[in-house]
Design a protein around this ligand. Structure first.
Ligand code: URA
Length: 238
């Protein structure tokens, strides 16, 4: 499918869309050896070879976007009534095939990965892959070592047994929790099972990639090539 050259190249994390536009004006970009004249020229990236300053750009069909999700927004691609994380993406990042890899509740904030790579999303979400996600949790009561022990043993949510998880108390009513499963409302239900209600929840890490704190809520940026590897890391510990 043909797309604008400035959009194609900015999705490859080479430079921002406005920088690409100025590179085109400075005659630094070629497509199949011919100078690109305008940022709105369209090409099929699957069959076109692009170069910047004579250096070939390795094109990847997949994109990986880190968003700092705000509260009140759905982790879905589309919704008839509510705003979704995809709606929040700026126009230059929009593409038809994007989806959020996994769900954060409407009131949960923090790191959500948006991609068009179903294979990576599946690996990141499958508990068998042991990709850990780290959350900052605020509760309505002080937390104790007994709570941390219960997490380490494995909490039962009704009939569901959660895998042993690490919970570290960081303040009287706050903790860090690391899980590699993604059961529905899992963190809230784990605390509820211990008689505590979660009052605020923020995801701050997936695999070995930490939420970029320079992103304001609702902002997004492309992952760099190291982060694309690190997002599937099995290393964990808090
Ligand atoms: N656990 C929850 O309860 N909610 C989330 O959004 C993520 C993990």
């Amino acid at each position: 499918m043909k797309e604008r050259i400035d959009k194609i190249l900015s999705s490859q994390n080479i430079a921002s869309r406005s920088e690409i536009k100025s590179m085109i004006r400075s005659k630094r970009i070629t497509a199949d050896g011919a100078l690109v004249q305008r940022p709105d020229e369209k090409f099929d990236p699957d069959i076109t070879s692009f170069a910047v300053d004579g250096k070939t750009v390795e094109f990847s069909r997949f994109v990986y976007i880190m968003m700092n999700k705000p509260a009140g927004v759905l982790s879905a691609s589309t919704d008839r009534h509510a705003k979704t994380v995809i709606d929040l993406l700026p126009p230059e990042m929009q593409r038809r095939d994007l989806f959020p890899a996994g769900r954060l509740d409407k009131d949960t904030v923090g790191f959500i990965l948006i991609t068009n790579d179903g294979g990576l999303a599946h690996k990141m979400l499958s508990p068998k892959s042991h990709v850990y996600k780290l959350y900052e949790v605020q509760c309505d009561r002080p937390l104790t070592d007994r709570d941390a022990d219960a997490f380490a043993e494995g909490i039962k949510i009704g009939e569901l047994e959660c895998q042993p998880a690490q919970m570290r108390i960081t303040g009287s009513n706050s903790a860090l929790v690391e899980i590699c499963e993604g059961k529905f409302h899992q963190i809230k239900r784990m605390f509820h099972a211990l008689g505590a209600e979660v009052t605020a929840l923020k995801r701050i890490r997936i695999g070995e990639v930490t939420l970029d704190e320079t992103l304001e809520q609702g902002e997004a940026r492309y992952l760099n090539s190291q982060e694309i590897i690190d997002i599937l890391s099995r290393k964990h510990g808090i």
